[in-house]
Design a binder for this molecule. Structure first.
Ligand SMILES: [Ca+2]
Ligand SMILES: [Ca+2]
Length: 231
């Protein structure tokens, strides 16, 4: 999923609890109930072993949320900083009804997922768990060497580039993400929109002066972005 976006990403938090009957068993017994927290904790344990350098596509996003241009491994962003990023940098839900409510809901859902230790801020270490999720959607199934990751990203590029013009547009990223969200996911449009916008903002390096939705990613940007996230 890059879709640029990941299974765990947002969908769980934004999904409306349905209170579906599980045949008399408490809902907590449902096999999927504990999975997201476990995988998040695992991801965090893994990234904690890495170095603390803020770099790569998601490092740039981390810095944009903080409003800085370099450094920041010792810094952490707040929910309000995150909402400002969604609003001004990503222009999420632009022109839509109830935009303020959507921005607020997305900021809350993301904080819930990202702030693993619950101190109200998202550190670079916590954000790197999200980077790993993102990479899994940009270069699905890849592990190991940079070359391997770039090969997987290259194949993924071909899947998303629906019209085959060598550029991934907002519409293509949105459509692919939306199509891959699990059946029954609520807020599909908003989740796919967020994923597409973050992907464009993270990976694009030469159209920063343009609104996110107007940018596009070429094959080299995409592969390099994946490789940088894997390093
Ligand atoms: Ca935290
Ligand atoms: Ca295209």
């Amino acid at each position: 999923m890059m879709h640029p976006y990941p299974e765990g990403f947002m969908s769980k938090q934004l999904r409306t609890p349905r209170g579906r009957s599980t045949g008399g068993r408490p809902a907590a017994d449902a096999p999927s109930a504990a999975a997201p927290a476990d995988s998040n904790a695992q991801l965090l344990a893994e990234v904690k072993r890495g170095d603390g350098k803020v770099d790569g596509p998601m490092g740039r996003v981390f810095q944009r949320v903080l409003g800085i241009t370099e450094g920041g491994a010792d810094m952490a962003f707040t929910r309000d900083q995150l909402q400002r990023y969604l609003d001004q940098d990503l222009q999420l839900a632009e022109g839509e009804w109830f935009r303020g409510k959507k921005l607020s809901g997305v900021a809350d859902a993301l904080m819930k997922q990202l702030d693993t230790d619950g101190d109200g801020k998202v550190s670079w270490t916590e954000f790197r768990a999200f980077e790993k999720q993102t990479l899994a959607t940009v270069a699905p199934g890849a592990g190991g060497s940079r070359a391997e990751v770039e090969r997987a990203a290259d194949a993924r590029f071909g899947e998303i580039d629906e019209n085959g013009d060598g550029r991934l547009t907002y519409d293509e990223l949105f459509a692919r993400t939306r199509g891959e969200l699990p059946r029954g996911t609520d807020h599909k449009d908003l989740i796919a929109q967020l994923a597409a916008r973050i992907a464009l903002d993270a990976v694009d390096v030469d159209q920063r002066n343009q609104p996110v939705k107007k940018r596009a990613l070429d094959r080299n940007e995409w592969k390099k972005g994946a490789g940088d996230m894997a390093d």
